[in-house]
Design a protein around this ligand. Structure first.
Ligand code: GDP
Length: 316
């Protein structure tokens, strides 16, 4: 890859796309192509075709997707299925038609079966039934993987698919209805501390286990794979360790400084019992995560105070 390569980051204003733009910029890539949602609606096939025909990016990072936590996924399966299929079908096909040299498609650990072996190897794909709370999103992502593999087989395209574990970091969603657990609990702990509340509500039983990767580590992995990985076989990216939701809640309360009780809302779903990725494939290539969970949460809390809380204050 050359610093002047034209790289299209689809979804640059999201959690992953934002981190990818930061890492590319810091490593001297100066020819980035980005378009806001109001400029190009990626669900619109013609708009996407026109963008690729006009701009002809050499490399494409497909980080645009409709994403959300357990509740959003469960409540809106139609939108999660249709919009993700539209975005990925349009971008992957247009990238091929415009002659892109390489495309990196971002998937997620929820593509694996609910009761996959732990840690989950890439070979577990399509070996069992999915977790119902995020089945629509998972089916769309699996279709995206299969489309990239089909382009590789039929047209010899260098389209790779990267499966990331649960992410957190700057640019995360803090809306409690749609967010993922880490951002939700960070916000809840902060608000409970500020209001002097005696307790904070956490969903489910606290027993599910999840693996959390700071999005800056994922972005570094994306660049690493863009430079080094040219196989149509999917590849996992995670930190290699998981933690129960109870332990996560306790860790967040410690970092934030909230000393009240946790109250478990068991009317909310737990989702899949465990989701830890086997990251041997990427580790063997020479990549490893660098941000430990406690440090990552502390950094993320600082970002939250400087950005999210500040923006709330200025709205008042
Ligand atoms: P998942 O990894 O697809 O299940 O997505 P989430 O990040 O939304 O949820 C992970 C786990 O955290 C589930 O077991 C949730 O029930 C649990 N959880 C606990 N409190 C919360 C919360 O306030 N918000 C969310 N989104 N999940 C929570």
């Amino acid at each position: 890859m050359k610093p002047t390569d034209k790289i299209y980051v689809a979804g640059h204003s999201g959690l992953v796309g934002g981190a990818v733009v930061r890492v590319l910029t810091s490593r001297g890539f100066s020819n980035l192509l980005t378009r806001s949602r109001s400029e190009v609606d990626l669900r619109d096939q013609q708009a996407v075709r026109d963008l690729f025909a006009d701009e002809k990016p050499e490399l494409v990072i497909l980080a645009a997707a409709k994403v959300g936590g357990i509740k959003a996924n469960f409540d809106a399966p139609v939108e999660f299925l249709v919009e993700n299929l539209q975005i990925q079908n349009n971008v992957i096909r247009a990238a091929h038609e415009a002659g892109a040299r390489k495309l990196l498609f971002l998937g997620s650990s929820c593509i694996y079966p609910k009761f996959a072996p732990q840690p989950i190897p890439e070979s577990a794909l399509l070996s069992g039934s999915l977790e119902p709370t995020n089945e629509a999103y998972a089916i769309a992502k699996i279709a995206g993987i299969k489309l990239c593999q089909a382009f590789s087989r039929e047209y010899d395209a260098n389209f790779i698919s990267v499966m990331s574990t649960n992410l957190y970091g700057p640019g995360d969603d803090f809306d409690l209805e749609t967010s993922h657990v880490l951002a939700a609990l960070l916000r809840k702990a902060h608000e409970a501390k500020m209001s002097g509340a005696g307790e904070m509500i956490v969903w489910g039983t606290g027993t599910p286990r999840r693996e959390f990767l700071h999005v800056d580590d994922l972005a570094a992995a994306v660049l690493f794979l863009l430079e080094q990985y040219n196989s149509s076989e999917i590849i996992n990216v995670g930190c290699g360790e998981d933690i129960s939701i109870r332990e996560l809640a306790e860790l967040i309360c410690e970092v934030v400084g909230f000393r009240g009780e946790l109250r478990w809302d068991r009317s909310k779903p737990d989702g899949t019992p465990r989701k830890l990725l086997d990251i041997s494939r990427i580790k063997n290539l020479g990549w490893k995560p660098t941000i430990a969970l406690r440090d990552g949460i502390a950094r993320f809390y600082e970002w939250f105070l400087d950005n999210y809380v500040q923006s709330m204050v200025s709205l008042r």
